[in-house]
Design a protein around this ligand. Structure first.
Ligand code: FES
Length: 145
């Protein structure tokens, strides 16, 4: 399947709508697992934007990833409130347990780790997400379950 055509097809469903490019990019990321240049070209064509403009949107939103993620994607808060209750230690334990550093995917593709800066759960840190599941007072064991 030609991914540019497919990405354009997804994008065309959202033309003429407020926030259409962002909605299209979110759907493309969900469909393909990440957003590559061909996808951005499809969105640019559908919305009469330049690829640079679409790349700007993708770069602004951290959830719009441009690289494949692990089958399990873990985000660990690195902001101050979570640091004060052990985020650095949690991160070190996760790196050791899953075999990937922040911003990396384990060699077998099982897990990817990402730094985030506040999930809005500051009073219950360290905070993390496993795929879309929120983990408060996170431990490495909780991230693995
Ligand atoms: S500082 Fe970690 S959730 Fe806000």
């Amino acid at each position: 399947m030609d991914q540019a055509v497919s990405a354009r097809g997804i994008a065309e469903r959202h033309t003429g709508r407020i926030g259409g490019p962002i909605t299209a990019l979110r759907e493309i990321a969900a469909e393909f697992g990440y957003i590559e240049r061909a996808h951005m070209e499809g969105v640019a064509d559908a919305f009469n934007l330049t690829v640079a403009e679409v790349r700007g949107i993708v770069g602004f939103y951290g959830d719009l990833n441009t690289e494949p993620r692990g089958r399990t994607h873990i985000r660990i808060c690195q902001a101050e409130a979570c640091q004060s209750v052990g985020a650095r230690e949690l991160t070190a334990a996760a790196v050791a347990r899953f075999g990937a550093g922040l911003g990396e995917t384990a060699a077998d593709g099982s897990v990817s780790l990402e730094a985030v800066y506040c999930l809005g759960l500051c009073t219950t840190g360290p905070a993390a997400t496993v795929n879309d599941r929120v983990i408060v007072r996170a431990t490495a064991e909780a991230l693995a379950s």
